[in-house]
Each structure stands twice: as structure tokens, then as C-alpha cells.
Design a protein around this ligand. Structure first.
Ligand SMILES: Nc1nc2c(c(=O)[nH]1)N[C@H]1C(S)=C(S)[C@@H](COP(=O)(O)OP(=O)(O)OC[C@H]3O[C@@H](n4cnc5c(=O)[nH]c(N)nc54)[C@H](O)[C@@H]3O)O[C@H]1N2
Ligand SMILES: Nc1nc2c(c(=O)[nH]1)N[C@H]1C(S)=C(S)[C@@H](COP(=O)(O)OP(=O)(O)OC[C@H]3O[C@@H](n4cnc5c(=O)[nH]c(N)nc54)[C@H](O)[C@@H]3O)O[C@H]1N2
Ligand SMILES: [Mo]
Length: 703
């Protein structure tokens, strides 16, 4: 970064960063524009009448604490709810302290982005490997055969919980050296266009394709004898399942010729070094968990676990699997839908009813931390109406977006370039042993606060014992007093204490332990040694240290899917609604930053030429997209990329940006395609909304 005064003027990729130098994404490139966003919230804003007025932090915390306490007095701790979105994961302290505060409050009403994103990974990892955090990284530079399912790494970068900087460019490099890339996607995406083989699967039916491949591998004896003998349990149960399935039936379901499936299954199993990579194109469907499971199964039975060119277990310098175990996993059944927690949270789809349905446990006060759930989740209209019904809605963000429109308080967050951070707990998600202490490059606006500090203040003001441990609040107060007396803010308890502790107790990587001094001496980050293999078996958290190949609940669900007739479009709603990401958007943000999206700032309805011709639609026509839940209008864009019968509308658009001072009208670009999604459509195993299982009708809007 070039910094002039307290402003970041230019941003370049850090070529001295040994790990991330290959990547330079839209979010990084535009970071300073977000800092200087003309509508940035720079002080606590309190809703008064129809607009907002600036207030002090003291007033904000006192008022919020008092209103939350009275909600709790009337309805118990569950009267307070919280939702956190994706960016909460890009701060090491945010979620730790959010949960610390919520534990103190004692509420079970926690909702998270995982239920519109990666819950399937957690559910599968927990069932197969014994820890929901046991995520394997892609050993791209050694791979000969990439089988990429429901991912578009050319645009979205190679990450889904794991993180592999420049992953797609590295895979293309392998391809030049002779590796094969297969992309399974109903759309001929940027990634599919560069692949050696594109399988245009029928949306939502990848589980059938993957199950057929597993069957071929098992029936033809193409599996890895050693791993199947001593790394796994439940192989007989898996064999029993595949004995009952019919390849032709599965091929019909996924709409890929059976000979093709047999060929790719053989090629995959015989490739010296190979990996299956699965992403949101699978998880956002009703069969998402089964598909995710079968993708992992293919890796396991063909011997790709923790071997060069396969899916590698990166330990990271902090043993986060153990820390998560120590933190314990609370259990709770939701009041209305009667479902349990996944990765510590309930499904976003359940939130509206939990707010609007009276009775003990009803949410009356809510906090949104780094999220835009009205746009990112299903049936945004229902959630918007529920938010309007709350006694208190508190938002921590940079700007006031769609989900924040009914907020009583808007609290100003500190941008990531304005704060120090050490992403230690997620170090095992890097595809290489890597550590970096990120130092702030500019000062935040005077009134902005890091999320963790807000949660500590709320815990103290609400007399909710932080982390649910009595005595913590007194301790925190004492350290704050000491810090004041000595004039040294660092003496007050905060995440920097935890960072120090995590580094001091970190595990040795390649025989060496990271020290604070080494860490700080490498501001561009440091590689902690070559990639290691062979730690996976030891790290498994199943009691017998073996992979559970066929968890019973997955078998039951698979048999349920097999019993259903192959899905087809319901009458009146002939098109299935797809989704795509753009290089210059990050879910529902970045869209509005000045200078981006030269091609006009909106999402569109991308249709196959032949489908459009039948409806008399051409590029630029306004079309109406109707589902049983809602209707939106957008311009059409003809293309040969989607399968016939599929239309693509990007998510993340149609999120207004408000001016809290009330001087300017809200800005708005495009339309929110998730309004079309019925919140009842859910993957029962991961509780993920089936955001991609929506059927719609398309009609031209008469001019
Ligand atoms: N149809 C469809 N829907 C989808 C998807 C899809 O593929 N198709 N993708 C899903 C996925 S994978 C995801 S991750 C979700 C995203 O869902 P969400 O996380 O709920 O939504 P975002 O649009 O990422 O909104 C993030 C908000 O956090 C704010 N923010 C950014 N950084 C910070 C910070 O440091 N602190 C604070 N306090 N706020 C910050 C931004 O300004 C923005 O308002 O959307 C999901 N929705
Ligand atoms: N530029 C940019 N990068 C991003 C993001 C962003 O918003 N912008 N978001 C980040 C986040 S939060 C995440 S979680 C990751 C997500 O990373 P990815 O999961 O790779 O995200 P997408 O690019 O949406 O790719 C999903 C693909 O699945 C396909 N698909 C849809 N339905 C099906 C199906 O039934 N079967 C199959 N096989 N494919 C299907 C879609 O056509 C699409 O091409 O990306 C991250 N990277
Ligand atoms: Mo995501």
C-alpha cells in the first residue's frame, strides 16, 4: 500500500509475501475505496424518527444493554439473537468474542452464514473425521487429475474454507505440464471453458454422478487397497449401498451418459495423483451434504488423503481442532422447526419465524455482525418484515445495507486495513504452512471500534459474564483500570493477549516453533517450511482414528433420494435458477464501489439463446422472473453458457445502500434473486438453504 497522511492511495499485490503474492482480488484492490466510502458509518448512529443521529459510544452501549436486558427479563436469554456473516471469519477475534458475549448472555438464538454456504463441509467432516473443522487443503502443484465439482475457481479463487492463493493459475500451470482438469457444472463457466472435459450436469444431481463413480471404483476394484483396509471403517456399508444402485438410473438423474461416467471414474481412480474438489455449486442444493460426502468418499477410497497431489492435511501452527473440542459443542433444538445446531448455529431460514412467533424463546432483540442476510439468504422479504417487527436491531458494519434498514443502532466497524490481526486459528486452512501478523496501515475513524471491543463492552454493561465464565468481567475491568493508570492500552485484556498465548504455545512445524519475535520480524509473512504429509491419520478425531466411510444418516438420506423420482421442473415454472459470482463483487458488497462494473451496474437474467428465442426474448429486454415466492424484473442477456432450461441470476444484487443522515436517497443496483427462494427448501442434513433449487417462470415485460 502507498499511504499518504492517513490515506491509502494505491494498493498493489505484495510481491514479497511468499504465500499470497499470486493473488490480487477485487476485495483487496478496492479496499481503500471501502474505507473512504461516501456513506461509511463513522460514529454510532441512533435511530430517531425516520433518520439517524450521531451518539456517543457510552450512550450506545448503555441503551443497547438496557434494551437487551429488558428483553431478557421479559422473555429469557433467548430473547436476544445474533446473525454473523462471511466477513466475521476474516478476523481472528470477531467470532471468538461474539460467542464469548453470547455465552455470557446465555442465548441459543445464534444464526450464521454457514447455512447459506459451507455447512455441508462441517457436517461431513464431523461425521467422517470426527471434527467439523477437519478441512483438507488442495495440493495443487502436485496434482495430475483435477475433478472440480460445483466450483468456478477462475472467478471465485480457490477457496472454500481452505485457501489456496492463485489456485486456478496453478492448476492451469499443471494442465500445461500434462494434468487433466474436469469441471462439473451445469454452466459453461470461465473454468469449464478452460477444462479438458466439461460435464454439464443436471443441477442438484451431482450426488447421482458421484455415487455412480463410487460404484464403478468399488465394483471394478479400482480402490486403494491399503487405505481401504486400514484407514477406514464402514466399507461394507458403502459396498451394500452401491450394490443396490443402478448406473443407468444414476446417469439419467444427472443427465450424463453412463459410458462417460464409467470413463471418468476409471481415469480418476487410475490417475497417479488426483483430487475431487467440491464447493457451493453442491452445497446450496437439497442433496448438498450427500454430494459433499460422496466427493470426500471418492478421495478417500482412491487414496488421495494426505498424499502428494491429493487433499492434504495442514496442521497449522495452532491446533484449532483441539481448541474447538475444548470449547465444547452446545446442543439445542430450535423452538419452531425443531432442528439442532450445525457448527454452533441455527439455520438462517428459521430466523423470521423465530422473531415473529410469540411465546417463550421469541427473539425480540437482534444483532447483525458483518452480514446482509436479507440478500444472502432465502425469502428476504420475510426476514425484512421480521426485522421490522423487532424491539431492537443493532448492526455492526461499514455502511447501512438492505438488511440494516430497520436498525435502531448502526455501529461503526474498523476496516481490516485499520486494525492489527493474527489469523492463527485458521492457519490450518492455508495450503502451505504460513504465518503473518497483519499490521494496521492507517488509523480508523476516531469513533470506529473493532467488533471484539464492542462485544466486551456489551458483556460488561449487561453483566453477562464474558465467555460464560464468572469472574471474567471483573478481571477485564481490572486490566482496563491498570491500563488507564499506567497509560498503556496494551495492558487491557483483548485479543492481543490471546495472540501472544497462541504463538507461545504453538506447535512445532518442520521441527521449529514460531516465536513472536520471528513473526514480527517478517511483516510480509513467512513460510514455516515445506508442505508436510502424513499428519492426517494422527489428527483424526474419531475414537478409533479411522475415517467413517458411510455414516448411517448419509446412507438413509441417499436411499431417500434414490426413492424419489428424478426431479423435473414443476408445471408453470419451467426454468431452474442458477447463480454465478463475479470477479469484482464480493457477495452483496463491492457492487456499489465507484469505478467497478463498467458494463453497467446490475445483475441480469442470463438465458440460453434457444430458450430465449422460444419466448421472443433478446438481450436487453426486460424480463420478469417469477417463483411461487416472489417476482423480480431484470434485463435479459443471451448466452450459450447455461444448460438449456436454466437461467442464471447472480446473487448479491438489489441490496440498497442507505444514507443514515437521511440527506440522500438510497442507492440500488440490480435485483435480489434470493427473494425468489422459498425458505422451506433446505438440505435436511446441513440445514443449508437450497438457494439453487428454485424453479421459475420467465416472461418478457411488454414495453
Ligand atoms: N443464491 C445464492 N445466494 C448466496 C450464495 C450463492 O452462491 N448463491 N452464496 C452464499 C455465500 S457462499 C455467502 S458467504 C453468503 C454471504 O452472506 P453474508 O455474509 O450475510 O453477506 P455479505 O454480502 O457477504 O455481507 C457482508 C457484510 O459485512 C460487511 N463487512 C465487511 N467486512 C466487515 C468487517 O470487517 N466488519 C464488519 N462489521 N462488517 C463487515 C459488508 O459491508 C456487508 O454488509 O451469501 C450466500 N448467498
Ligand atoms: N470474486 C469473488 N470471489 C469470491 C466470492 C465472490 O463473491 N466474488 N465469494 C467467496 C465465497 S464467500 C465463497 S463461499 C467462494 C465460493 O466459491 P465457488 O463455490 O467456486 O463459487 P461460484 O463461483 O459461485 O461457483 C459455483 C459454481 O457452481 C455451479 N453450480 C450451480 N449449481 C450446480 C449444481 O447443481 N451442480 C454443479 N456441479 N455445479 C453447480 C455454478 O454454475 C457455479 O459455476 O468464493 C469466494 N470467492
Ligand atoms: Mo461463502
Amino acid at each position: 500500500m502507498t499511504v499518504e497522511g492517513n490515506r491509502v492511495t494505491t494498493i498493489f499485490p505484495d510481491k514479497q509475501n511468499p504465500h499470497t503474492y499470486r493473488d490480487f482480488c477485487g476485495k483487496g484492490r478496492t479496499a481503500n475505496r471501502l474505507i473512504e466510502h461516501p456513506r461509511r458509518i463513522t460514529a454510532p448512529m441512533k435511530k430517531v424518527g425516520q433518520t439517524y443521529v450521531e451518539a456517543s459510544w457510552e450512550e450506545a452501549i448503555t441503551d443497547i444493554a438496557a434494551r437487551m436486558r429488558s428483553a431478557i427479563e421479559a422473555g429469557g436469554p433467548d430473547a436476544v439473537g445474533a446473525y454473523y456473516g462471511n466477513p466475521a471469519g476474516f478476523s481472528s477475534s470477531n467470532l471468538m468474542f461474539l460467542n464469548g458475549w453470547l455465552d455470557g448472555v446465555g442465548t441459543h438464538n445464534r444464526y450464521a452464514v454457514g447455512s447459506v454456504d459451507q455447512n455441508a463441509v462441517h457436517v461431513v467432516a464431523d461425521a467422517m473425521y470426527g471434527s467439523m473443522l477437519m478441512v483438507l487443503t488442495s495440493d495443487i502443484d502436485n496434482c495430475d487429475y483435477f475433478f472440480i465439482v460445483g466450483a468456478n475457481p477462475a472467478v471465485s479463487a480457490w477457496n472454500w474454507v481452505e485457501s489456496a492463493p492463485g489456485g486456478w493459475a496453478r492448476a492451469l500451470q499443471r494442465q500445461k505440464d500434462g494434468a487433466t482438469i474436469v469441471v462439473v457444472d451445469p454452466v459453461r463457466t470461465e473454468s469449464a471453458a478452460k477444462s479438458d472435459l466439461h460435464l454439464a450436469v443436471r443441477p442438484g444431481q451431482d450426488w447421482a454422478l458421484l455415487l455412480a463413480m463410487v460404484k464403478v471404483v468399488l465394483d471394478e476394484g479400482l480402490y486403494h487397497r491399503g487405505d481401504c483396509a486400514d484407514l477406514v471403517t464402514q466399507l461394507p456399508e458403502l459396498q451394500a449401498l452401491v450394490a443396490d444402485v443402478d448406473l443407468d438410473d444414476l446417469a439419467t438423474r444427472c443427465d450424463i451418459p453412463v459410458e462417460r461416467i464409467i470413463d471418468v471414474a476409471r481415469d480418476f481412480a487410475r490417475a497417479p495423483r488426483a483430487m475431487v474438489v467440491t464447493r457451493t455449486g453442491l452445497s446450496l442444493h437439497a442433496a448438498g451434504t450427500v454430494a459433499e460426502w460422496l466427493g470426500q468418499v471418492l478421495n478417500v477410497i482412491t487414496g488421495r488423503m494426505d498424499r502428494p497431489g491429493g487433499r492434504r492435511f495442514e496442521r497449522g501452527y495452532v491446533d484449532s481442532l483441539r481448541l474447538v473440542d475444548l470449547a465444547g459443542s452446545p446442543s439445542h433444538t430450535s423452538r419452531i422447526a425443531g432442528r439442532g445446531l450445525v457448527a454452533g448455529a441455527h439455520a438462517l431460514a428459521e430466523l423470521p419465524a423465530e422473531i415473529t412467533t410469540p411465546g417463550p424463546g421469541q427473539i425480540r432483540a437482534m444483532l447483525i455482525n458483518c452480514g446482509n442476510p436479507v440478500v444472502s439468504g432465502p425469502d428476504g422479504a420475510a426476514l425484512d418484515a421480521a426485522f421490522a417487527d423487532l424491539d431492537l436491531l443493532v448492526v455492526i458494519d461499514f455502511v447501512q445495507r438492505e438488511s440494516h434498514r430497520h436498525a435502531h443502532w448502526l455501529l461503526p466497524a474498523v476496516h481490516w486495513l485499520e486494525r492489527d490481526d493474527l489469523p492463527a486459528l485458521t492457519s490450518g486452512l492455508n495450503d502451505q504452512p504460513f504465518a503473518q501478523y497483519g499490521e494496521a496501515v492507517v488509523d480508523p475513524p476516531q469513533q470506529a471500534r473493532e467488533e471484539w471491543a464492542i462485544f466486551v463492552d456489551l458483556a460488561l454493561a449487561m453483566k453477562a459474564p464474558l465467555f460464560g465464565v464468572r469472574g471474567t468481567n471483573g478481571f477485564v475491568r481490572a486490566t482496563r483500570a491498570i491500563a488507564r493508570v499506567f497509560g498503556r492500552p496494551g495492558l487491557a485484556f483483548g485479543p492481543h493477549w490471546i495472540n501472544r498465548l497462541m504463538v507461545a504455545t504453538s506447535r512445532k512445524i518442520n521441527g521449529r516453533r514460531l516465536t513472536w519475535r520471528t513473526l514480527r520480524a517478517h511483516p510480509h509473512g513467512l513460510i514455516l517450511g515445506p508442505r508436510e504429509y502424513g499428519h492426517f491419520r494422527d489428527a483424526l478425531r474419531t475414537p478409533d482414528k479411522r475415517i467413517r466411510l458411510a455414516p448411517p444418516e448419509f446412507l438413509v438420506r441417499t436411499r431417500e433420494l434414490l426413492a424419489q423420482v428424478p426431479s423435473s421442473a414443476p408445471e408453470r415454472y419451467p426454468f431452474v435458477l442458477g447463480n454465478q459470482r463475479r470477479r469484482h463483487s464480493m457477495n452483496s458488497w463491492l457492487n456499489e464501489l465507484p469505478g467497478l462494473h463498467q458494463s453497467g451496474r446490475t445483475n441480469e437474467v442470463v438465458m440460453h439463446h434457444a430458450d430465449a428465442a422460444e419466448l421472443g426474448i433478446t438481450t436487453g429486454d426486460r424480463v420478469r422472473v417469477c417463483s411461487p415466492t416472489a417476482t423480480i424484473e431484470l434485463p435479459a442477456m443471451l448466452s450459450d453458457r447455461p444448460r438449456r432450461g436454466m437461467v442464471i441470476v447472480d446473487h448479491g444484487w438489489g441490496s440498497r445502500i442507505f444514507d443514515p443522515s437521511g440527506q440522500h436517497d438510497p442507492e440500488s443496483y440490480g435485483a435480489n434473486r434470493n427473494l425468489l427462494v422459498d425458505s422451506a427448501a433446505i438440505d435436511p442434513l446441513s440445514q443449508t438453504s437450497a438457494l439453487s433449487d428454485v424453479y421459475v417462470q420467465i416472461e418478457r415485460v411488454p414495453v
